[in-house]
Design a protein around this ligand. Structure first.
Ligand code: ADP
Ligand code: MG
Length: 648
């Protein structure tokens, strides 16, 4: 540890004699990416999905989802890594039947995940660096590389549609993605040469696509129900003044449209009496099941050609009614997760429900959602495209294509960020619910004479005392020149980027000594923990306030004592009869009362001693001005010169 741990915050209000505090500097900087408003920048919204990925672009009037040459919007998130050939999307899909080991699907599930979680997957291996990878004919491919291949294909599609340089993209991630998963997504984008404007939560993107960020002044609660191919996510958001806050997330990471396909396949296998299907037959049936299921969202009956199965049967049929019977219990499971999320969010009702994900096209799913939330869900926009569309809107804002006055949709910081100051108190630098990106600076100073280093302790939480907040990071600033307490000027800057990653720098202004740390405040804290920390802060607000007042009063009292002690030893000759005695008594009384838990008494005594010392302080001030006029340093002054001063 370098020198003292704690240091005093520079505060502007205190001008009492002996005070060591100094003017507080609060600089606020807009942290948004800069951009010119003259020419439109090209920005993309990318939904990097488990099953399907999409890219969209907002051209100033309309959001378009960019299509492939065959007019298809979705790019299946599947990559085939052959020995001398890579295929992506629809072109890769057939290889999942013929060369399953070389065909990677659902790589998103493994992004940023630890290898222990997937120990038993036969197609997975570990790279030399110890990362999870798929072993393919083209070598080991990490989930980041697979995702980057998909992103490259989308970027390529965008370049074909749009002329000009692509300034960057907003890429969506599930709301529950942790820091490692977000970083992995970012890495995949960088690997494909895409500049990430920011990562955006998928449910937030869907809400933006519906323009919900702009429509209400009143706070409203939204539920985003997202049933994709392999995952089900439910998110409860609170929207206030264009800002979204995630209140709760829930769902099932192993439940989606694919499970419906499996249920249909099993039903058909039973119907055909095929007890031991080959792997190929199973895959063919799954494909037929999927397309039957999708068709049944628009009609009541469907008949599929199944000659590819090589069995004694040319056609398979399915009705919507039978399908609904097969998947009813799966849909019920999603509703149970919705109830849990509502409980977690502590809301009884929601104002809007947004449908996301291809599987929400099923009429049975829509009916179930309507019943569960007691209102019709929004479904005007295509549920598989809505996330990419919202991301494109956000990307457009972030590259600066909108006018100055228009609201920026941004996420907020769930808990305040601050640092430890003298007396074990937390000084908040960035308040909870500040929109990100954001940067704030404050100036601090040293608490002790000759202090050459300090520890910057970064904390998260609403409470006043260090032990009641969560410690995020601790770093040292060294190389402060030895000076009297209060002379050093240390500027501490907190900067939170659009992904919620916090960077803290401390710079000593005289010497330029500098130190910094990067932390990820969201890491490891889930919504429940955040809620708990908030609750505690309300519950203990009064108690915390007293503690803060006590600590502040003590800091001030101690500072006055220290100041007076050094003044008396330096300029003791300036004290008049009885004054020294008075002051000493006052200082003793103050010292005694500092130990008591009574901020009011400490404050009063500090003021009283301050008043007693006022005349003495004025005489010292005169002497120092006098000596400055004479070009003589304060310490070299002696009694004779004092006489001279008194005479003149
Ligand atoms: P993800 O977010 O996991 O990438 P999507 O939102 O693209 O997935 O959803 C894919 C799922 O949606 C697949 O199971 C697909 O069969 C299903 N799906 C797509 N269209 C329809 C439809 N018309 N009716 C029912 N399910 C559909
Ligand atoms: Mg999705």
């Amino acid at each position: 540890m370098a020198g003292d741990v704690l240091f005093v915050q520079a505060a502007g209000r205190d001008t009492r004699p002996g005070s060591l505090t100094m003017v507080l500097l609060q600089i606020s900087e807009p942290g948004e990416p800069t951009a010119s408003h003259h020419s439109r920048q090209i920005a993309l919204g990318i939904d990097l999905g488990t099953t399907n990925s999409l890219v969209a672009h907002f051209d100033g009037t309309e959001t378009q989802v960019l299509k492939d040459d065959a007019g298809r919007a979705a790019l299946p998130s599947v990559v085939y890594f052959g020995s001398d050939d890579t295929k992506i999307g629809y072109a890769a899909e057939p290889f999942s039947v013929t060369e399953p080991a070389n065909t990677v699907a659902s790589a998103k599930r493994l992004l940023g995940r630890a290898r222990e979680e997937f120990a038993d997957d036969p197609y997975l291996t570990l790279t030399q660096g110890g990362a999870l990878a798929f072993s393919t004919a083209a070598g080991d491919k990490t989930p980041v590389e697979v995702s980057s291949t998909i992103l490259s294909a989308l970027k390529c599609r965008a370049e074909q549609h749009l002329s000009g340089n692509i300034a960057g993209a907003v890429i969506t991630v599930p709301a529950y993605f942790d820091d490692a998963q977000r970083q992995a997504t970012r890495q995949a984008a960088e690997l494909s040469g895409i500049r990430v404007l920011r990562l955006l939560n998928e449910p937030t993107a869907a809400a933006v696509a519906y323009g919900l960020d702009a429509d209400a002044e009143e706070a409203s609660i939204l539920a985003v129900y997202d049933l994709g191919g392999g995952t089900f996510d439910i998110s409860i958001l609170r929207m206030r003044e264009g800002l979204f806050e995630v209140l709760a997330t829930g769902g099932d990471s192993a439940l989606g449209g694919d499970d419906f396909d499996r249920a249909i396949t099993d039903f058909w296998l039973a119907e055909l009496g095929l007890t031991q299907p080959s792997a190929i037959q199973r895959r063919v049936l799954l494909g037929l099941a999927r397309s039957a299921k999708e068709t049944l969202s628009a009609q009541q009956e469907v008949t599929m050609d199944c000659r590819a199965l090589d069995i004694d049967c040319a056609e398979l049929s399915l009705s919507r009614e039978v399908l609904e019977g097969l998947v009813g219990s799966l849909i019920d499971r999603t509703l149970q997760a919705c109830d849990v999320a509502l409980l977690d969010a502590e809301v009884d009702s929601v104002d809007r429900v947004v449908l996301v994900g291809g599987a929400t096209r099923m009429p049975r799913v829509r009916a179930a959602v309507t019943e569960c939330f007691g209102r019709e869900p929004l479904c005007r926009l295509d549920p598989d495209q809505v996330v990419a569309m919202g991301a494109a809107r956000q990307a457009d804002v972030l590259v600066g294509n909108r006018g100055e006055g228009e609201a920026l949709l941004l996420d907020v910081i769930p808990l305040s960020l601050g640092l430890e100051t003298y007396g074990g108190l937390v000084e908040k630098i960035i308040e909870r619910n500040s929109t990100i990106p954001v940067a704030r600076a404050q100036e601090f100073t040293t608490a002790r004479d000759g202090q050459t280093g300090l520890v910057v302790h970064v904390l998260q939480g609403e409470r006043e005392r260090v032990e009641d907040c969560r410690s995020l990071a601790r770093f040292e600033l060294t190389g402060i020149p030895p000076m009297v307490a209060g002379a050093a000027r240390i500027e501490v800057t907190f900067r939170v980027d659009a992904d919620g990653i916090l960077e803290v720098t401390a710079v000593e202004q005289l010497t330029g000594a500098r130190s910094e740390v990067i932390v990820k405040p969201a890491f490891g804290l889930d919504e429940t923990q955040i809620t708990e920390m908030l609750k505690a802060s309300y519950e203990f607000a009064a108690e915390d306030m007293t503690a803060r007042q006590l600590a502040e009063a003590r800091v001030e009292g101690e500072a006055l004592l220290a100041g007076l002690q050094s003044a008396m030893s330096q300029d003791g000759d300036l004290l008049v009869v009885d004054e020294a005695q008075h002051l000493k008594e006052g200082m003793q009384a103050l010292e005694g009362i500092l130990a008591a838990d009574d901020p009011q008494a400490i404050r009063e005594m500090t003021e009283q001693v301050g008043r007693v010392s006022e005349d003495f302080a004025a005489r010292r001030m005169d002497r120092s001005i006098q000596s400055a006029l004479k070009g003589v340093s304060l310490t070299s002054l002696d009694a004779d010169q004092t006489e001279e001063r008194s005479d003149s």
